[in-house]
Design a protein around this ligand. Structure first.
Ligand code: URA
Length: 236
């Protein structure tokens, strides 16, 4: 992350005031004065302002509108990772809470808080995830019933947990799952003799992808969105 952004985040000063402090020679990095506001800062750097050490910014909680073609991992030999879209001092510390396939778009939650991420991904908490699914063929008549009962996926012994399906048209549906098996949505529709041609995640728990975020854009979560993950849901 750039030094000016780091200072703005850790002190709450405006970008203009931050620049003034840097140009006045009040900022040191690792005991050396630094006047370049674009200098890259990592978590390992010790930054002081007027002799006062600055602590790391508060934990980070973000929603990203994931584009098609970005892989959900910290590094990948062939594909560009979704984390390259995030400006963060130590990107290797970021965790993607619930990965999406390379060609799936939509809501990605990203954090450096392991406990928070675990709450989202742990099957025990059954946080619902809603997907908009576009299908190759018209959906069969009995799909709602079959999905509600649970589907036996290829090479698996246990049926999927009951899920809810809302038919928008014969080839567009909303599917809400409370578990996350490997390629689950695509495999569920394959088991119904269909094929997913586009998949977009819209919601995780109470957190909905912000309409104002274009593909590739991200924003901080609100305090309410962050806390919503810990809310106990009444069992129905
Ligand atoms: N299910 C899938 O098949 N792919 C995803 O990316 C997410 C859920």
């Amino acid at each position: 992350m750039r030094l000016d952004k780091y200072l703005a985040q850790t002190t709450g000063l405006s970008r203009k005031d931050v620049k003034r402090q840097i140009h006045a020679g009040l900022v040191n990095i690792n005991n050396h004065p630094e006047k370049n506001s674009g200098r890259h800062v990592t978590d390992e750097d010790q930054v002081t302002l007027d002799g006062n050490p600055l602590s790391r910014p508060r934990p980070c909680y973000l929603m990203l509108h994931k584009p098609d073609g970005y892989v959900c991992s910290n590094d990948d030999p062939t594909h560009v990772t979704a984390l390259t879209l995030i400006d963060f001092p130590s990107p290797e510390r970021l965790i993607i809470a619930g990965r999406l396939d390379l060609d799936t778009t939509g809501l990605l939650l990203i954090t450096d808080d392991g406990q928070w991420s675990h709450r989202i991904t742990s099957p025990r908490h059954k946080l619902p995830k809603r997907y908009r699914v576009f299908l190759d063929e018209p959906l069969r008549e009995d799909a709602e019933n079959l999905i509600q009962q649970g589907i036996l996926l290829r090479n698996e012994a246990k049926r999927t947990k009951p899920a809810s399906l809302e038919r928008i048209t014969d080839t567009e549906v909303l599917l809400t799952l409370t578990e996350g098996r490997y390629h689950q949505v695509k495999r569920m529709f394959a088991a119904l003799n269909n094929r997913v041609i586009a998949l977009h995640r819209e919601q995780i728990g109470d957190i909905t992808l912000d309409d104002s975020l274009a593909s590739g854009e991200y924003r901080d979560l609100t305090d309410e969105e962050i806390a919503s993950v810990f809310k106990e849901k009444k069992q129905s």
